[in-house]
Design a protein around this ligand. Structure first.
Ligand code: T3D
Length: 264
């Protein structure tokens, strides 16, 4: 029987989702796509879940599309990659961005192709020092998908984005952090501890406010300042009506730690 493509573990206030096709560096086949989408939807439906930790089993994070599903015989009809992008990769990226809670990505090893771009679609990316980010697409004649052409230039600027996409050379985690591609690079041995600590912190955070913050940041790059200020007004109005805001202000005035309820 096939291994389960995704492992899900419930923790106090958050869930850990592990890509679990280690023998293929956790590359995506359709089953892994569907299982990951379902696991994210379940995390969203569970109001006690206030953060998600995404990582990979084994020595890699994710090597993008499973290329053994794409081998073509000479003269064979090529697959319609637009279909898989539309049906699988793009919805996954949108789901990660819209998840109403922080998603922390612990990049435990190489993140290549769509694997790199799925990591970059998460909210906070922490990578092991031995990990690297590889926009591998140019090596096989494809373009960076899974949001790569959107997120890369916004994260690291045109010059670095273009070199990453066109040269398809691995960028070590330490360089990725120094460029602002990711939040942090840490020693391999402390990666998972760091990622769990972040999620445990989010599990006690004002989750509704964090979800609204994500919403505002997601909209920012497509908006004019005028429109973004209007959006901030609307989202702040909503944040100001949460129990967590009232609790946050009370706790500040009473000089105690706030007891945020999150999404409930
Ligand atoms: O198709 C569509 O629907 C369109 C969407 C496309 C999205 C994409 O992601 S396209 C890009 C696909 N990914 C790649 O091109 C990366 C391919 N992998 C690599 O270049 C290398 O594996 C790495 C640079 C990531 C790591 O190299 P290394 O030397 O550390 O490991 P390795 O020996 O190459 O890989 C270990 C095993 O994983 C190996 O299997 P084996 O020999 O031990 O049986 C290798 O074949 C397998 N593996 C790695 N990546 C993939 C893979 N198997 C299938 N698909 C992969 N993407």
């Amino acid at each position: 029987m096939d291994e389960q493509p995704i492992l899900v573990e419930g923790k106090q206030g958050y869930r850990v989702i592990t890509l679990n096709r280690a023998s293929r560096l956790n590359s995506f086949n359709e089953a892994m796509h569907l299982a990951l989408r379902a696991a994210l939807a379940e995390a969203e439906a569970d109001t006690s879940c206030r953060a998600v930790l995404l990582t990979g089993a084994g020595r890699g994070f994710c090597a993008g599309q499973d290329l053994s599903d794409r081998v073509m015989g000479e003269g064979a009809e090529p697959p319609d990659l637009g279909r898989t992008i539309e049906a699988l990769y793009s919805p996954l990226v949108k789901q990660l961005r819209a998840l109403p809670m922080p998603i922390v990505c612990a990049v435990n090893g190489v993140a290549a192709g769509a694997g790199a771009n799925i990591a970059l679609a998460c909210d906070i990316v922490v990578a092991a020092r031995s990990a690297s980010f590889l926009e591998a697409f140019a090596r096989i004649g494809l373009i960076p998908d899974a949001g790569g052409t959107f997120h890369l230039p916004r994260l690291v600027g045109e010059a670095r984005a273009r070199a990453m996409a066109l040269l398809a050379e691995p960028v070590p985690a330490e360089t990725a952090a120094s460029w602002g591609l990711i939040w942090k690079c840490v020693d391999d041995g402390v990666l998972m501890g760091e990622a769990h600590a972040l999620c445990a912190r989010f599990a006690e955070a004002p989750t509704r406010g964090l979800a609204l913050t994500k919403q505002a940041l997601n909209a920012s790059s497509a908006n004019t300042l005028e429109r973004q200020l209007e959006l901030e007004r609307d989202l702040q109005r909503e944040a100001g009506r949460t129990q967590d805001y009232a609790e946050g202000v009370r706790a500040f005035v009473e000089k105690r730690k706030a007891n945020f309820k999150g999404r409930a």
